[in-house]
Each structure stands twice: as C-alpha cells, then as structure tokens.
Design a protein. Structure first.
Length: 113
C-alpha cells in the first residue's frame, strides 16, 4: 500500500519465489510491517494453511488490513512457514509448518538499543 491506500493490481503480481513456487498468490500465511507515523509501526503475522484454524490472506486482504490499522505505507515480507512472531521470548502464532522455520533474516525490535 502507499499513502494509506491499497495499490491496484497487487493480486496480479507474479513472483517466482523459489524456482517455480508462486506461493505469493492466493490465501497464504503472511508477515507485514506498516508505517503509521513517526516511531509508530505495526507488525502483523497471519497464520494459514491450517484448515479449521486459519486460511491465510490474499495480498489485497493483507493490504486492506494494514490500511484499516492506519498504516500509510506497508510491506509484505516473507510468508508461508517463515511467518513466525515472538513477543517477550515466546512465539505468539502458529506457523504453518507446525513450528518455526530456520530463516536467515529477521526483523528485531528492541527498546533502548
């Protein structure tokens, strides 16, 4: 999203994330960060691929959620089994792979750093 509005056509973005894996489309687990105002950010993790618990979200649904949370700008980050959120040392969501996936990148927020 940009300037508080969902960008048209994001549901048609074609990204080959892992040589033939086009999992950015459709309902997927998602991770996003959004900017609301100076020093005011929103981080969202959406679980998915778990029938009866969570189906995930499409990119337009995620953008709409971020807009509804007051974000002026938001970015879709890595998703799928990489969508895991920790708070105070505890995982607070249910990753789609049944547990955290080893990843090389994280977004780490701390006070007084």
């Amino acid at each position: 999203m940009r300037a508080g509005a969902v960008i048209e056509g994001i549901d048609r973005v074609e990204v080959d994330t892992n040589v033939g894996n086009h999992s950015i489309q459709g309902n997927q687990p998602r991770t996003a960060i959004g900017w609301v105002d100076d020093a005011h950010y929103v981080v969202v993790v959406v679980d998915g691929r778990d029938e009866g618990y969570s189906r995930g979200m499409t990119l337009p649904e995620l953008a709409g959620l971020m807009a509804g949370l007051g974000c002026q700008c938001a970015y879709n980050l890595d998703g799928g089994g990489s969508s895991a959120m920790y708070f105070n040392g505890e995982i607070v969501n249910q990753p789609s792979n049944g547990g955290e996936r080893a990843t090389s990148d994280i977004l780490y927020v701390a006070t007084g750093a």
